[in-house]
Ligand binder design. Structure first.
Ligand SMILES: Nc1ncnc2c1ncn2[C@@H]1O[C@H](COP(=O)(O)OP(=O)(O)O)[C@@H](O)[C@H]1O
Ligand SMILES: N[C@@H](CCC(=O)OP(=O)(O)O)C(=O)O
Length: 373
């Protein structure tokens, strides 16, 4: 089965809709196009696909609402326009999706949120809960407190970070060109559409040029985003969002746009990342029963099987799990601060709320975040 056909089996998608596309080259929001994408996303949901939408367009929508015809250059005015426009953007998505019986949720994130270990886990559990509730999370940059994306026009990286966050199988970046070409098609009439390549292929950089025609991110941020997505094993497709039924045709395995593949599977990539890229902040000493279920059944680590908490760590940091003889059996991202962990170890998860005064995760380390050695 080819990579493209495998897409039909991809369970979890992140779809990013870029400014260039949403605003029809800077001329206000394209409501008809949004309506068409929403109906396709609703069709994907019916096929059982879990999906997070990353949508730009707040500045453009805000400019229309404020009656501005010229895009301001001052960053604080762009931020103000984004804050005004985000309301209209979300309002529009909510009313479009409601026609298909679907709810939406507004999620505003920034890069710092995703590099802080605790916020990473919090964001991950919120997005997962929203997907479990069959709600469509609609993510944008929190432009009130960060300005990089407004300045550089790069929600692509945000899309990739969200793909990492939810362990997506695929990141679909919809833009105004049919995909990635061997050179910018606006300036090179002879440029050819690239069908597929490894995201890591260094030849992509030269072909991406250095920015879009609206002074925005262009293709280079999309190539970099594909590499970030590949870190958690997600493949990326850069595709023309104006093509008829583009999302459902992709799900059918049709060869549209440019396919930039990751060189490893999501689960393996995630575990490699946990094992290799994070410093350990503490140790959990496990009883024999917990060691056995972790090693033989691949289960999550529950507080009841932990004898001792060593060190001072925060939620989301990496801890080493050892057996009673002091040998490492695994490592993973812990769901509780060390002080809270100390209060719940040795007890069933049903007592967590009573012991801590809040109901956190039932697991001390979820199996998705655990690597057994
Ligand atoms: N190799 C290339 N292939 C396709 N488009 C390219 C390439 N190099 C530069 N571009 C430019 O990138 C633009 C898309 O980037 P951008 O305007 O940032 O879109 P978006 O808002 O969707 O992220 C295209 O309109 C095109 O002019
Ligand atoms: N967050 C901002 C701008 C982000 C942006 O333009 O990114 P991109 O779609 O990658 O060109 C907005 O919603 O208008």
């Amino acid at each position: 089965m080819s990579k493209r056909q495998e897409l039909g089996q991809a369970k979890r998608w992140v779809v990013k809709i870029g400014s260039a596309l949403l605003t029809d080259d800077g001329k206000g929001l394209d409501y008809a196009a949004i309506s068409h994408w929403v109906s396709q996303i609703a069709a994907l949901k019916k096929r059982g696909i879990e999906l997070v939408l990353v949508s730009s367009g707040a500045v453009a929508a805000g400019m229309t609402r404020l009656g501005w015809t010229q895009r301001p250059t001052e960053i604080h005015l762009l931020q103000a326009a984004a804050a005004v426009g985000q309301m209209g953007l979300i309002q529009n998505y909510e009313s479009e999706f409601s026609q298909f019986g679907l709810h939406t949720a507004q999620v505003l994130l920034d890069h710092d949120d995703l590099s802080s270990r605790e916020r990473y886990l919090n964001g991950r559990s919120t997005l997962r809960a929203l997907m479990d509730l069959n709600v469509i999370p609609i993510v944008n940059e929190n432009d009130t407190v960060v300005t990089d994306e407004i300045r550089f026009g790069d929600n692509d990286t945000l899309g990739a970070l969200v793909a990492n966050l939810i362990d997506a199988d695929v990141l679909v970046i919809m833009t105004d060109q049919d995909g990635m070409y061997t050179a910018d098609p606006r300036t090179h009439a002879d440029a050819e559409l690239i069908s597929e390549m490894a995201a890591a292929d260094a030849r992509l950089d030269a072909m991406a040029g250095d920015g879009g025609s609206l002074g925005r991110g262009g293709m280079i941020t999309k190539v970099r985003a594909a590499r970030v997505a590949a870190r958690s094993g997600a493949d990326t497709i850069i595709v023309g969002g104006r093509q008829d039924s583009v999302l459902t045709r992709l799900a059918d395995g049709e060869s549209l746009g440019t396919y930039l593949w990751a060189d490893q599977e999501p689960q393996a990539a995630r575990k490699r990342w946990i094992a290799g890229h994070l410093q350990s902040r503490g140790t959990l000493v496990l009883d024999d029963g917990a060691v056995a279920v972790l090693q033989k059944q691949g289960k999550s680590l529950l507080p009841v099987g932990v004898k001792q908490v060593i060190g001072d760590f925060k939620r989301g940091e990496m801890v080493v799990c050892k057996n009673l003889q002091g040998r490492e059996v695994g490592r993973g991202l812990v769901n509780y601060h060390a002080s809270d962990a100390r209060q719940i170890i040795g007890h069933p998860s049903s007592q967590i709320a009573e012991r801590l005064g809040y109901q956190g995760d039932a697991e001390l380390i979820h199996r998705d975040n655990l690597v057994i050695v």
